[in-house]
Design a protein around this ligand. Structure first.
Ligand code: KIV
Length: 257
């Protein structure tokens, strides 16, 4: 594990980190060939479960999906997103992060910052649990979507927050929907890699939700680029299956016992 983390840290200022989310083995097996980091994001709330936000996600849901994702990975670093209320104090955070690491055999946990929980990151790192931070738009703590770091004051606050997360021992930090100038300054000010989502190419790496770039979800804010429309491809396959069943072209003899 140490070597996987070291590889990630060493990439700063050298080559960009390629990161994506996965919720199951079929996808993680493909991502493993191309990604440095695979995150089991609590975005599965909206993307898979049709929930209105990530607040109802439980640790057990995250653990089940991470076990599936991890079983498809050989080389990528596997990170589990700790759900809301699973790390609200040091004792709970340690108990739950240890449980998540043990049951899933993942490599690290991700924790959203509320600009106060630095001691929790510190305590986890001290217990040998690698932590990825997350600042900017943090869906667990922010009620409404807002681009972060738009004013000079906000930018300064974000830089301080990122620095404190680094000082607490995090090995990397996600910048979600952070204004590009602020993302550039944060990246310059940190020794650990920044991983951007909607935060410009200045970050040391990029992450997106896989379902969004494959056209499986209908979520299309401007920071997402859809690389393929899997919805259309799947629909074509389903239509063909329906036609063949109705016209009795499927199953054939070779499909029957
Ligand atoms: O939950 C998630 O998928 C995330 C990424 C968008 C960074 O936190």
């Amino acid at each position: 594990m140490k070597s996987k983390l070291q590889r990630i840290l060493k990439k700063k200022n050298k080559s960009k980190l390629v990161c994506l989310t996965a919720y199951s083995k079929n996808i993680s097996k493909i991502l493993d060939k191309y990604c440095d980091i695979v995150l089991v994001g609590d975005s599965l709330a909206n993307v898979l479960y049709g929930m209105k936000n990530t607040h109802e996600v439980t640790l057990d849901m995250m653990i089940k999906h991470t076990i599936s994702v991890k079983s498809g990975l050989k080389k990528s670093l596997c990170v589990i997103d700790m759900p809301l209320n699973s790390y609200s104090n040091i004792r709970l955070a340690k108990k739950n992060a240890k449980k998540a690491m043990k049951q899933t055999k993942c490599d690290a946990v991700k924790i959203e910052s509320n600009n106060k929980n630095f001691s929790i990151i510190k305590a986890l790192v001290k217990s040998n649990i690698p932590v990825m931070g997350h600042i900017g738009y943090t869906p667990q703590f922010k009620k409404k979507f807002k681009v972060a770091g738009s004013s000079e004051i906000e930018e300064k606050k974000l830089i301080t927050e990122a620095k404190r997360i680094e000082e607490a021992g995090a090995f990397s930090i996600v910048l979600e929907c952070v204004k590009k100038e602020a993302a550039k300054r944060i990246t310059k000010n940190l020794k650990i890699p920044t991983i951007g989502i909607g935060s410009s190419s200045s970050c040391d790496g990029q992450i997106l939700v896989t379902d969004d770039i494959l056209g499986l979800s209908s979520f299309k804010p401007k920071f997402i680029k859809q690389y393929i429309n899997l919805n259309k491809i799947i629909e074509k396959g389903i239509q063909k299956y329906r036609r063949e069943v109705i016209k009795k072209k499927f199953p054939k003899d070779i499909n029957s016992y």
